[in-house]
Write a protein that binds this ligand. Structure first.
Ligand SMILES: O=P(O)(O)OC[C@H]1O[C@](O)(CO)[C@@H](O)[C@@H]1O
Ligand SMILES: O=C[C@H](O)[C@H](O)COP(=O)(O)O
Length: 933
């Protein structure tokens, strides 16, 4: 006997399958249904793909095959597999489509629910899928909300078959029916044929009852007086609503407007009953099939509903029957205040959200699968967090998912931050995808640079720290110049570099985004003069239109590389600012991007926060900071140690403002658990080939003592580029959590202004404004910045009082305007350890003026928990600057004085200590601090 389903098909209603799955297709399931049961179509939606692809391992071979062609992100990976299924289903139904001459045999694929409020994006995505899938028996599903309606019109006009989904209200259905007709008319106006354009209007059924019945049940439970009338409506409203929609359809196809279109070959936009699986187990499982049978309609059924109807469905022409009854049901709905309009409206947005949640879950699984498959190309990260922090991070990640942070970040939604133009500063996202550089120009530069033995980069902050990390971690390739980075005004340091290079075989890279930063400008004057004004030994890296660009043209520099003004300095390492120096030292820039790429894809806008390494890290550091663990302590195995200086700037300058932020702690030797308070978050970087057993053991002890530890491991040094990107994302996200704009640096300018004023005064007066120490001995002179000194203070007493001010949660800062060399760094490290262990506080150190363009922002604008010792000394020997009265030494001193003054003005606890020429230098200071603690 013919199956009930076949009979249903023969009665004039098309049967579609509301399901898709690779295994089912591979086993010929759809072909069998078409053959035996008369199934003539398939619908899919994000939930269906989530069920198919988001669990188990059926798609693993597909994922592997797709990734074997090249790494792609989660969305593309999902889409590659979804499209394969859609194409396979379309191929199975192609004979039906041909047999019915395009009247049926369609497979539907839905546009992303993420763009459902954006008409333009919906049109673009529908067009893209339509062309990419490239089969005639395809329908693109577009939601029937207010953004979807114009898309339906446009897509129809463009010849795309559209299935309009998420229709609950008759008015919404009428709007899309009108849009379909308007689209067909637009085609006719262009002279395009309309006889092969198909469309269906997916009218949802069971979800309406599920919602209304819930309200009814609640009212019954509350003892509503209308109990009987309410009970009578259970399981009735959706069907009545669908019947009235069908009644309108019948009127519509009799209209003059439609008849005119039909005369020119138009196929009617059929009503499709969707959501026909019963949600309430108390209802018969064939309820939404039995009651909605009528010609020229479609019922798309989940497999269970289809099986149930095949088994015990009731076949009768029910759809057009008892219209009065349907009207009465809706009148009752009104009378009882069940507000169908509100229900159907909220079901649309809930439907979009539900599909978005399914897509989040699906992309999460796909991202995890991808990470597993390409796993050994991605740097690993683990986090051991105290329970309270772990929970906060979990909550934050879920909140980020709900609020679509990954997508909003990549789309540049300023409301993630303070809403004040942050979207103009996101060029680094494209830079990470190698979109900011000209690869050929960098290949040529790499070749050209080989004629040199040395390269000297003159720049500050973002223009110098990234290049320094690349040069120190990767080193120069054989036969390429060695890179020296000069980000100072310290005469000894400048002299040291000048002495160590062969001037004629040195390439100078003048690097400054703004092109007006004082230090690189002075260094350029110095080395340009020293080179005998050999412009062809200089290249400039700067943003378009800067002063440096003009000077470089004037002085006939060999080349000028232009930056992207939508990238702030500290986010610029994956743009020309990092890649030009990388090419100069002989690194294959495209290989560096290729090394970064797996992380860039993993951090994509299509990867939900839980699986997104950048968002996960951002959640950890942001939540840690807001919970008082704002001292992000960087620990690195020897080879990766240089990364800390870059990271310090990124974190401090991005987040340290408005009294909030993260204080990075770099190069502080690791101590025992007893040395630390509860204001730390430790981040460990290690190369797998460079394991430091002692360091690991100490970290394990800290972990056992309950300190939060994030561990990041790199299999190859080139993958440092992944950390650049991961941390840029994480910093931007932490900034959003902290509630600041992570792309400005409002407090840096003040110190620059103060220094510039002092230098200008020097240029006229020939001397810096004299100062009188408030305390001195044979080694040191202390200069007052606040009125905290008593007339009879000794140096030791002042130091004692200075360090005694440190309270739990504070940090001690050593701001040294000295030569940055190994011995000075070691001496500072020892002083830090002494202070940390005595006061149980974090310690930071910076060499001036380098740190001014980096951590200086957070010291001035971040939390007021720093206690700073500004260390200066008289330069010996000093170094003249061509064309200036002021020497480098004078400028450096002016910068220190300006910095200390601004710190004091900002209410920071600060002491300036000057090392006397005749004194014992840093060694003596170490002893004095030991005595003062
Ligand atoms: O590249 P530029 O414009 O010379 O700036 C150098 C550095 O100075 C700062 O503007 C701080 O003064 C940093 O943000 C920046 O990285
Ligand atoms: O096109 C089909 C719809 O997406 C589907 O029928 C929705 O069904 P549900 O309400 O059971 O999720």
């Amino acid at each position: 006997m013919t199956s009930l389903l076949r009979q249903l098909h023969a009665s004039g209603q098309a049967i579609w399958l509301d399901f898709l799955d690779r295994q089912f297709l591979a086993e010929g399931g759809l072909r069998k249904l078409a053959l035996h049961d008369g199934v003539t179509g398939v619908t899919s939606n994000p939930s269906i793909f989530e069920k198919a692809m988001g669990h188990g391992d059926a798609y693993d071979p597909g994922f592997r095959a797709a990734l074997a062609q090249g790494d792609i992100g989660a969305q593309d990976l999902y889409e590659s597999q979804a499209i394969e299924d859609i194409r396979a289903a379309a191929a199975d139904l192609r004979p039906v489509y041909e047999r019915l001459n395009g009247r049926d045999g369609y497979v539907s694929m839905e546009v992303s629910p993420y763009i459902s409020n954006d008409t333009g994006a919906t049109i673009a995505e529908a067009q893209r899928l339509w062309h990419r899938i490239g089969v005639p028996n395809l329908m693109i599903k577009v939601p029937g909300n207010s953004a979807g309606v114009p898309a339906v019109r446009q897509l129809t006009a463009d010849g795309v078959n559209v299935n309009i989904t998420l229709l609950f209200a008759i008015e919404a259905y009428q709007a899309v029916a009108e849009a379909y007709m308007a689209g067909l008319e637009a085609r006719l106006a262009k002279g395009d044929p309309i006889d092969r354009i198909a469309s269906v209007a997916s009218f949802f059924v069971s979800r309406i009852d599920a919602r209304i019945d819930k309200t009814i049940d609640a009212r019954l439970a509350a003892g509503d007086r209308e109990a009987e009338a309410l009970t009578a409506l259970r399981g009735k409203v959706a069907i009545a609503n669908a019947k009235l929609a069908y009644a309108w359809y019948q009127e519509m196809i009799e209209s003059k407007r439609w008849r005119n279109l039909a005369a020119q070959g138009a196929m009617p936009q059929r009503l499709l009953w969707a959501s026909t699986g019963v949600k309430d187990p108390r209802f018969p499982d064939t309820l939404y099939v039995d009651t909605l049978i009528g010609p020229d309609t479609i019922n798309t059924m989940p497999p269970q509903t289809m099986a149930a109807f095949r088994d015990h469905g009731t076949l009768a022409q029910t759809l057009a029957a008892d219209l009065i009854g349907a009207q009465n049901v809706l009148a009752e709905v009104d009378r009882l205040g069940l507000d169908l309009a509100e229900v159907t409206a909220s079901l649309v947005s809930d439907g979009v959200n539900q599909f978005a949640q399914a897509t989040d879950a699906l992309l999460g699984t796909v991202a995890a699968k991808r990470a597993e498959i390409v796993g050994d190309t991605i740097n690993t990260m683990t986090a051991t967090l105290p329970e309270a922090l772990r929970q906060k991070v979990e909550v934050r990640l879920e909140m980020m998912r709900k609020e679509a942070w990954p997508r909003r970040l990549w789309e540049g939604d300023p409301s993630l931050w303070t809403g004040k133009g942050e979207d103009h500063w996101l060029g680094w996202l494209a830079a990470g995808q190698e979109r900011q550089v000209d690869p050929d120009a960098l290949v040529r530069l790499r070749e050209h640079a080989q004629t040199n033995t040395n390269a000297v980069l003159l720049g500050m902050g973002g223009s110098s720290l990234g290049p320094e990390v690349l040069a120190r971690i990767l080193g120069n390739a054989p036969s390429h110049p060695r890179l020296h980075v000069l980000d100072t005004t310290d005469p000894a340091q400048i002299t040291e570099v000048a002495r160590s290079i062969d001037l004629e075989k040195t390439l100078f890279i003048v690097s400054s985004k703004s092109g007006s930063t004082m230090e690189p400008a002075l260094l350029r004057s110095y080395f340009f003069a020293l080179s005998g004004r050999q412009g062809d030994q200089f290249i400039a890296v700067t943003d378009p239109g800067s002063d440096l660009e003009k000077i470089a043209m004037n002085d006939r520099f060999a080349q000028i590389f232009s930056g992207d003004p939508t990238i702030g300095g500290r986010y610029s390492v994956l743009s020309v600012f990092g890649m030009v120096p990388a090419a100069v030292i002989g690194r294959d820039v495209m290989a560096l991007y290729a090394a970064a790429s797996p992380m860039v894809l993993s951090c994509g806008g299509d990867v939900p926060p839980q699986e997104n390494p950048g968002l996960w890290l951002g959640a950890i550091i942001g939540e840690a900071a807001t919970a008082g663990r704002d001292k992000l302590t960087i620990v690195a195995s020897a080879r990766l140690e240089p990364l800390g200086a870059w990271l310090e700037q990124l974190l401090a300058e991005s987040t340290g403002k408005n009294g909030h932020g993260i204080v990075p702690v770099d190069l502080e030797p690791l101590g025992d658990p007893a040395s630390y308070g509860d204001d730390r978050l430790f981040v460990h970087f290690a190369l797998t080939s460079d394991v430091d057993a002692e360091q690991e053991a100490k970290l394990n002890m800290l972990e056992a003592a309950g300190q939060p530890i994030v561990r990041i491991s790199l299999a190859q040094p080139e993958r440092i580029t992944q950390e650049f990107f991961r941390w840029e994302i994480a910093t931007a996200i932490a900034g959003a959590i902290i509630g600041i704009n992570p792309f400005d640096q409002p407090d840096v300018e003040a110190a620059k202004v103060a220094a510039r004023q002092l230098v200008a005064a020097y240029e006229t007066a020939g001397t810096l404004e004299p100062e009188t120490p408030v305390a001195e001995d044979e080694n040191f002179a202390i200069f007052a910045l606040q009125d905290e000194s008593a007339p009879d203070d000794t140096v030791i007493a002042m130091l004692r009082r200075h360090f005694a001010a440190l309270e739990p949660g504070n940090y001690a800062g050593f701001l040294a305007y000295l030569e940055r060399n190994a011995s000075d760094a070691a001496a500072l490290a020892m002083m830090r350890v002494a202070v940390r262990d005595a006061r149980r506080v974090a310690t930071v150190a910076g060499f001036g003026p380098r740190f001014l363009h980096s951590t200086g922002q957070a010291y001035k604008g971040g939390p007021n928990s720093g206690v700073f010792l500004v260390i200066t000394r008289d330069p010996d020997p000093d170094l003249a600057i061509p064309g200036h009265k002021a020497s480098f030494g004078t400028v450096q001193l002016a910068q220190a004085r300006g910095d200390a003054a601004v710190l004091a003005q900002r209410g920071r606890r600060v002491l300036r200590l000057h090392l006397k020429k005749s004194g014992g230098g840093l060694e003596a200071l170490q002893a004095a601090i030991a005595a003062a603690l």
